[in-house]
Design a binder for this molecule. Structure first.
Ligand code: SF4
Ligand code: SF4
Length: 169
């Protein structure tokens, strides 16, 4: 079964009906450009850099962007939190060029179907691009995850050190 079938048919998009996805500023700006009203997100802190999450539908626990067919209406623009799911990370800076990543996982049908190694390689590729372009986004993700309790009930997997790759290196 293809991953999209596992998610929409077998699992029935369970993760899109649970903890609201955390948003980095980049996620927020990208998605907000596509929206006509502000009902799609919630602010969960009043600090200068507001932490935001995607709202739920009024009539259910479903993500604002989950269609009736169980598909994501903003799939190509979905937030980092959704791109990485069912993996998560915590990050700390070691020096100007190195970061320590602690991987966490939410076990679900996709972890069995794709394997954790494949999922981690995919997640790592996404994170390495962000690391080389704008590492601050990774800390925004972490702040939003803490604020929204997004790390709750996730299982520690392992940790690794990632280096920023600059062009020419
Ligand atoms: S990622 Fe996992 S929890 Fe989410 S829909 Fe797919 S199988 Fe279900
Ligand atoms: S944005 Fe899309 S992928 Fe993310 S929870 Fe909502 S429907 Fe699911």
């Amino acid at each position: 079964m293809e991953p999209v079938e596992i998610c929409s048919k077998h699992c029935k998009s369970k993760c899109c009906k649970s903890t609201p996805p955390a948003l980095t500023n980049n996620d927020f700006n990208r998605i907000n450009k596509l929206q006509k009203n502000e009902n799609w997100f919630n602010s969960i802190s009043q600090e200068e850099n507001k932490t935001r999450v995607i709202a739920k539908r009024e009539e259910s626990n479903n993500c604002y962007f989950l269609s009736e067919e169980g598909l994501c209406d903003i799939y190509c623009s979905r937030p980092l939190d959704c791109k990485l799911f069912p993996l998560f990370f915590k990050i700390n800076k070691i020096n100007e060029n190195e970061y320590n990543l602690r991987w966490l996982v939410w076990y679900c049908p996709l972890t069995d179907a794709k394997s954790l190694d494949v999922l981690k390689e995919e997640a790592k590729a996404i994170i390495e691009i962000i690391l080389s372009e704008d590492p601050e986004q990774l800390f925004e993700y972490q702040n939003a995850m803490y604020a929204s309790q997004g790390y709750k009930k996730k299982h520690f997997l392992d940790e690794e050190r990632l280096k920023i790759k600059r062009s020419g290196e």
